[in-house]
Ligand binder design. Sequence first.
Ligand code: NAD
Ligand code: ZN
Length: 266
Amino acid sequence: MQGRCVPCPQPTSQHHKVQVLSEDEVVVAMMDTARGWIRTCRSLCVLTGAGVSAESGVPTFRGPEGLWKMRDPMSLATPEAFAEDPKEVWEWYQWRRRKIRGCAPNAGHVALAAVEAAKTDFLLVTQNVDGLHRAAGSRRVAEIHGSIWGIRCTGCGAERYEQGDFTDLPPRCGACGGLLRPGVVWFGEMLPREASGAATDMLTRCEVLIVAGTSAVVAPASGYAALAKRHGARVIEVNPDETPVSRICDATFRGKSGEVLPSLLG
Ligand code: NAD
Ligand code: ZN
């Protein structure tokens, strides 16, 4: 039996070599595979969260800048907080709007805008309200949590986009005198019907889903990767940390989206 491996009947000279890859080589191989999935798929969906804007300097809810005037920002992003103290909620939004105004899209946003042009069936589903995907050139975007630049009247329902500061807080509607509110989705509120409908449609038909920069804990977006997977999509995650989505992913890249997305999509 010498010269042969058992139970394989081929002489060792003709036998394939079993390669032990280093961790870096595994990542490179996985990157090549994932790039192939993205390049050849007809239908591509991307789900993003606050992490894709981290390298642009957008303050997160939970990071060190999350503390605002010793208030928990999570407790300010609710309809109850607005009903109780609209001025304080507006002061916080005005503070966030000022911060975001000084932020520019990063290489991750730019790579996502570029891949859109190469795909006939594409949707970028974002939980971010900062508008940086559109600023980078993305057009097929479903902003499922609304936009921090959107303003809605709680009286007459009029909506508009407004990038400037308000001098008097809380601002009031010029037409009906009602309180104006930020056009974002607060905890406990329904998602905008059009954006969430477009997102679920795409998640049930996409061949590849990239999930980038989201902790995947805020519903319903936390269930989007599983939905796509159930409908046969390959799921790719880009996040420096493990998330609940990681275990159902076909490929995972542990890095910053501003670095990983340009390699993955370039
Ligand atoms: P999250 O803060 O819960 O999670 C952010 C995720 O990004 C984490 O998993 C983290 O590991 C990852 N991350 C950090 N740096 C990264 C990087 N450079 N590249 C890739 N990933 C990185 O954010 P979420 O999942 O979007 O949910 C929070 C909620 O807060 C959302 O509903 C969102 O609407 C809202 N929010 C939005 C913004 C924004 O518009 N930019 C900012 C703060 C909060
Ligand atoms: Zn009004």
